[in-house]
Write a new protein. Sequence first.
Length: 261
Amino acid sequence: MRWIRYDDAGRARFGILEGETVLAVDGAPWEAWKKTGRTVPYGDVKLLPPVEPRTFYAVGLNYAKHIREAAERRGEVANLPDKPDVGYRANNALIAHGDDIVWPEGAQKVHYEGELVAVIGKKTRHISREDALSAVLGWTIGNDMSERLWQKADRTFWRAKNADTFKPMGPWIDTDADPEQMETVVRVNGKQTIRFRTADMLFGVAEFISTMSQHLTLYPGDVLWMGTDGTSPDLSIGDEIEVELTGLGTLRNRIVAGGAA
């Protein structure tokens, strides 16, 4: 099943996507819900991020090639993590499939990071690794945009990772997709720039959820972005970035000029 979240006369509403038709729903996919009987063509809806998370979790370093290439650029020896390590991102940065990424004033070196996103479907605490995937409602796609010079300059990633519009997510939540069978493919202006097996993580989704749940409570609608592999080229205003997870879908956004608010 594919769930979308869309603008319904100024109100956020969930719907079920069947082919090119959206079945409007009252309620959220992780709670009691019912079909309203109304339908709308998919091409006519204004998509919203597929969920507005209570907490936005993100894995920073979870693919060996990504870590090694970053260390090589710095002239350092790669230090692979020996345990799951999770960080946080900000909801203000979230935008939907098709929305514009706004180039921030003063930004110089902007990169993409195509990521698998796990959407939590039930309240979860102290869950085993073996049962951890039962906490997942479904899967969506994220593009973790970053300004690398800010990332180096600041003690935290507050602007490098969380500038407005820097977290495209969508287009939908797929409850039946299988990350083990996926490849992550990123294209810039239609040209493939990277391709890797999505499941080639240092630590998988189940291990992260189990580890996190020993110390905090995961809630329905929380999201966990699972990191990326490889290296992005330097991006420019006007570039269109497509992040495809095979069997799941494609997230597409264009970079536009920004400036002072």
